[in-house]
Design a protein around this ligand. Structure first.
Ligand code: DQA
Length: 150
């Protein structure tokens, strides 16, 4: 089975409790199990990770090729809007589709959320669908992989 890595950045471990009016009541664990279930139907093996630390996220991105992941989904949380280091790590990835994911519609919120360093590098972006953004991102990556590998 194709392996896909899903990286979640800072504060996403608090999903379900944190600003529920924006992010919804679903926990990250529930998003993980729903995403894994959906991916399995599409013969994709998903590994979920979450960290509040920029360096850990960068190390996971760097190990993507070595670990034979075929795709990368990333919700970098607030690092989306600040981290040139994460953007550079993503730039170093070759031949692996990258989808940027957000639960909220980052263009309907504060001005500072409109800038995404991840978008500079991602093949595509999915945002604004709450927990369902992750399922849509799996569909998107599946489609990109089909186009790439036939
Ligand atoms: C987020 C949007 C970011 O602006 C915010 O800092 C988050 C979550 C989202 O999924 O909507 O932590 O990435």
């Amino acid at each position: 089975m194709k392996k896909i890595l899903v990286i979640n950045g800072p504060n996403l471990n608090l999903l379900g409790e944190r600003e529920v009016e924006i992010y919804g009541k679903t926990s990250l664990e529930d998003i993980e199990s729903e995403t894994i279930k959906f991916a399995k139907i599409n013969k994709i093996d998903v590994e979920f990770k979450q960290s509040n630390e920029e360096s850990e996220i960068i190390n996971w991105i760097q190990s993507c090729m070595k670990n034979n992941y075929k795709g990368l989904l990333i919700n970098a949380g607030a690092y989306t809007h600040t981290s040139i280091a994460i953007m550079d790590a993503l730039k170093a990835i070759e031949n692996i589709p990258i989808i940027e994911v957000h639960l909220s519609n980052i263009h309907q919120r504060e001005e500072f959320r409109k800038k995404s360093y991840i978008s500079e590098v991602a093949d595509g972006v999915i945002f604004g669908f709450g927990a369902h953004s992750y399922i849509l991102a799996i569909m998107a990556i599946e489609n990109l992989l089909k186009k790439k590998n036939g």
